[in-house]
Design a protein around this ligand. Structure first.
Ligand code: HEC
Length: 120
């Protein structure tokens, strides 16, 4: 049974790779999309970890730090830009890299919260 499960999982991984084509990187996708519980948790995590630079509940007067305008600025690329920026940082511009500090789950929960506060 366990072996069957493993095989299925492996096939899914292979199929995903094949769909992506040779060396093509799949765009980042939020595994918590639309989950209210993740957004609540994400809000707490955001206010603990990010708010001293990006403002409580992501409200800030500094345009380049305004995370309520990610959708306006990046549209369909929003998840990708968010994930790349948070994991890799923009250290030369004062945005730290978080990949050693936060796990993927935490990063996507924060993203799920930010999705709920995007400017129209
Ligand atoms: C030490 C201050 C600091 C902390 C803490 C911080 N950031 Fe940033 N962040 C910045 C700065 C400064 C920028 C703007 C960089 C620039 O000018 O492009 C930025 C940019 C970003 C951007 C890109 C915004 C855009 O419009 O392109 C995202 C996304 C982001 N931060 C997410 C986060 C998240 C999520 C956290 C918490 C895990 C966080 N940041 C914590 C300073 C910080």
């Amino acid at each position: 049974m366990a072996r069957l499960l493993l095989t299925v999982l492996l096939l899914m991984v292979v199929a995903r790779g094949a769909l992506a084509g040779d060396g093509e990187v799949l765009p980042a996708a939020n595994p918590f999309e639309g989950q209210a519980g993740a957004a609540d948790e994400g809000r707490n995590l955001f206010n603990e970890t990010c708010s001293h630079c990006h403002g409580p509940d992501a409200v800030t007067s500094m345009a380049e730090r305004n995370l309520r305008k990610l959708r306006i600025h990046y549209g369909d690329q929003m998840a990708d830009v968010f994930h790349k920026t948070v994991t890799g940082g923009r250290t030369e511009l004062g945005m730290p890299a978080w990949s050693e500090v936060l796990d993927e789950k935490t990063i996507w929960q924060i993203y799920t919260y930010l999705q709920t506060v995007q400017a129209p």
